[in-house]
Write a protein that binds this ligand. Structure first.
Ligand code: 3PY
Ligand code: MG
Length: 253
């Protein structure tokens, strides 16, 4: 099953980080040992390939860290491949409407609920034999769908997107959202704050946990205090850069 989805159903906040650059063999174990609940493998901006992601996802599934992916393309073909290689959830960039969100949800569900093509024996069923009906039920139940609210359309339609059945976690991409409200990079601007308020209110009205990417611990803690439940803190190369810069400065005194 999907421990993150279960924890969210129990009202617990979940914490993870993005993988952009360091899809190396030890990474899932490091993240699990560090206490990460999930990793999100980025295929939108990072150039990571599906073969790399497949190996990483397999490693995560032997550990306590739940693997999600962010596809570049919102197409059935792209999404289905990532689910079939074993990802347990999707972070979908720039979702603009409830219709689009519902269409994406349908790609993640087997018939009759959706249109996902059967691919048993592949990574997503843990290579277990038999149990067709059970595999369908488990796959449908555990796949987490997180549409990103980060465009003018997404923000305008956030109430409807959050209400779509099968949308689990409406998720803020702060950088693109800051463009969407006309204050690029100004995360303390009034329009940005109002957009965050609106997204959180839409989630509360729909009874869905809200998620966000955050670049600082402070910001993450503030969002959790306000009720956000899924926090994607920073990304691999950024954390390396931050730690190395701080420690080298310390060493030099
Ligand atoms: C954004 O901030 O726009 C994101 O997509 C987070 O990676
Ligand atoms: Mg974005």
């Amino acid at each position: 099953d999907n421990p993150v989805k279960q924890a969210l159903a129990a009202g617990q906040a979940q914490y993870g980080t993005f993988v952009f650059d360091f899809a190396v063999p030890g990474l899932p174990a490091i993240a699990a040992a560090a206490g990460a609940d999930f990793l999100i493998y980025d295929l939108e901006h990072s150039g990571l390939g599906e073969a790399d992601v497949k190996a990483q996802v397999a490693a995560c599934r032997g550990l306590s860290v739940t693997p999600f992916v962010r596809p570049l393309q919102k197409t059935y073909e792209s999404v289905a491949r990532l689910l079939d290689l074993g990802a347990l959830g999707l972070l979908l960039p720039m979702v603009g409407s409830a219709e689009q969100a519902a269409r994406i949800v349908s790609w993640t569900r087997y018939p009759p609920a959706g249109v996902r093509g059967a691919a048993f024996g592949a990574a997503h069923d843990d290579y277990r034999p038999g149990g067709f009906a059970e595999k369908v039920a488990v796959a449908d139940r555990r796949t987490l769908v997180m549409p990103m609210i980060e465009t003018p359309d997404g923000l305008a339609n956030v109430e409807a997107i959050a209400a779509v059945e099968g949308v689990d976690v409406p998720f803020i991409g702060p950088s693109d959202l800051s463009f969407a409200v006309g204050t690029p990079g100004a995360f303390d601007s009034k329009p940005f704050g109002q957009a965050v308020d609106r997204i959180l209110a839409a989630c509360e009205a729909a009874g869905k946990p809200a998620g966000a990417f955050v670049g600082s611990v402070d910001w993450g803690r503030r969002l959790v205090a306000r009720g956000f439940k899924v926090i994607c803190y920073h990304y691999d190369a950024g954390l390396y850069q931050k730690a190395l810069t701080a420690d080298l400065a310390d060493l030099r005194g």
